[in-house]
Design a protein around this ligand. Sequence first.
Ligand SMILES: O=P(O)(O)OC[C@H]1O[C@H](OP(=O)(O)OP(=O)(O)O)[C@H](O)[C@@H]1O
Ligand SMILES: Nc1ncnc2[nH]cnc12
Length: 170
Amino acid sequence: MDVKKYVRDVKDFPKEGIIFKDITPVLSNPEVFKFVIDGMIEDIKDWNFDTIIGPEARGFIFAAPLAYKMGKKFVPVRKPGKLPYKKISASYDLEYGSATLEMHIDAIEKGERVIIVDDVLATGGTTAAIVELVKKAGGIVEGVYNFAELSFLNPREKLNDIKVGSLIEY
Ligand SMILES: O=P(O)(O)OC[C@H]1O[C@H](OP(=O)(O)OP(=O)(O)O)[C@H](O)[C@@H]1O
Ligand SMILES: Nc1ncnc2[nH]cnc12
């Protein structure tokens, strides 16, 4: 299946000069969404991890079904002020601005192996910030896996020697 047919380019959103990859046509077609989730699982089935971290908001859409189907623990990383308990935080730049992400202080145990799952890997800023959070908590990043990767923005440069995979690449 040509999954890219279901990703819509929206010019100048949310800022002039950005071509936004709109995933809603993937989500509105149950057959395509199933193909995508199953394909993502197939790609990472041999990775060695206990836990999937998903960043708010679009990361949740892919990370949670993967955690459910693979029988793994799910950890949400959220925008500031959303998590109720004690938190650790990291700030970062992304394609269209800068932001802070938070994770519960007890979300990950020392030595726990985690992967980070998101919809789009663009500059890599979001993922690099989550790697920092996992390291602060004493966890080990097994790898990073995305629905779509914007390789023309060179996100892997920010992620050094971390294993990176993506279902589709631009
Ligand atoms: O690689 P980067 O340059 O960091 O960009 C990728 C991030 O940007 C988007 O999230 P956004 O912060 O727009 O939030 P949303 O999921 O709530 O829409 C996307 O879902 C990724 O998490
Ligand atoms: N161009 C883009 N499209 C969709 N999500 C993004 N997150 C960062 N850059 C993006």
